[in-house]
Design a protein around this ligand. Structure first.
Ligand code: BT5
Length: 324
């Protein structure tokens, strides 16, 4: 964390009560002039900071930014989000997370206000304008690489539960989308580096259309997507949402490591919008139509095809179709 973020953190935790420049300087081992310089920078970024002679600095207003100090104030986690790397703009938080993953602690988060090259699966693009939540979590799970898909389901469950917590009915579309009224509000991209029998790291990227105007999206995506702001009729407090999301994610992740995947999978099934749907599955090799009848222990989707055969789909794109 930079000195500037530390100063902001102290002002936030003081909840509007002034803290003296001298105290800040001695606690952070910098000069009072340096404290003053950082206060000026924070003001330039939109933080409203009063200064009163003899009493010090107090925070009276903050801009709607996902700055680490703002997220961390009140974040109740042990590993996820202990370290947060923040960018106003970045190509892709997943790409950045992969760059730093080897030396990063498990749970480190990369978050950005906008992404210029947000990534979807298999080379697809992810639109990431201002107002959204675009973040990646670095994980070092002690699981077999072939079980890594479970992390995508776990992340989808955490995102869906966080959205549901705002009284918005969220459903998970296999394998990695969260839908509201059939429209995509969140996408997940899990990437990993692994040996045959061991994961070096996984990066779980989560994109949420929080306060995003999806009407401005290109036509082919517009009607298939929605945002939390649109569903609620008002903007969401993104810092609050990120805290809840990281807390929910950590809860699921710790359960997964301690007790295995079965309870997560059961909750996932309960929130699944795919099971019971008539679907079109496109994999690298083929296209399959049928009813989604289940998801097995590894997150593999089971389809009953029109001729009654069961097909297991490990990876692919799923479309919910209406039965004719
Ligand atoms: C995904 O891929 O849904 C994974 C999205 C992951 C995004 C996060 S943001 C943080 C992290 N950093 C990254 O660079 N990525 C991750 P997929 O299932 O392939 O869906 C991609 C498709 O969703 C696109 O081809 C569009 O049709 C559609 N799409 C693109 N942007 C969207 C948006 N903002 N909201 C809804 N749909 C979108």
């Amino acid at each position: 964390m930079t000195i500037k973020d530390k100063i902001l953190g102290k002002l936030i935790s003081n909840k509007g009560t002034p803290v003296s420049g001298e105290k800040l300087a001695s606690e952070l081992s910098v000069s009072r002039a340096a404290v003053w310089k950082h206060i000026k920078t924070l003001r330039g970024e939109g933080y409203m900071i009063d200064s009163t002679t003899n009493r010090g600095y107090s925070l009276t207003g903050a801009p709607d930014l996902l700055a680490p100090a703002q997220i961390k104030a009140g974040l109740n986690t042990c590993i996820i989000g202990k370290e947060i790397h923040y960018f106003k703009e970045i190509e892709s938080t997943n790409t950045k997370a992969r760059e730093i993953a080897h030396s990063a602690e498990e749970g480190t988060v990369v978050i950005a206000e906008t992404q210029s090259g947000g990534k979807g699966r298999i080379g697809r693009k992810w639109l990431s304008p201002e107002g959204g939540i675009w973040l990646s979590i670095i994980l070092k799970p002690k699981i077999q690489p072939l079980h890594a898909a479970r992390l995508t389901l776990l992340a989808g469950l955490a995102a869906a539960k966080t959205i549901q917590g705002m009284s918005i009915e969220a459903k998970i579309k296999w394998p990695n989308d969260v839908l509201v009224k059939g429209k995509k509000v969140c996408g997940i991209l899990t990437e990993m580096e692994a040996e045959l029998d061991r994961i070096d790291y996984c990066v779980v990227g989560i994109g949420i259309n929080a306060n995003v105007d999806t009407e401005l999206f290109p036509e082919e995506i517009r009607d298939l997507s929605t945002s939390l702001e649109h569903e609620l009729g008002h903007a969401v407090n993104r810092n609050w949402f990120v805290r809840r999301l990281l807390e929910e994610f950590e809860k699921e992740y710790l359960t997964f490591q301690k007790d295995g995947f079965s309870s997560i999978l059961e909750e996932w099934r309960n929130m699944s919008g795919t099971i019971g749907e008539y679907v079109k599955i496109t994999t690298q090799a083929k296209t399959i139509y049928g009813e989604a009848v289940g998801v097995d222990d590894d997150g593999t989707l089971v389809i009953e095809t029109n001729d009654g055969k069961l097909e297991k789909i490990v990876a692919g794109t799923c479309e919910h179709l209406r039965r004719t």
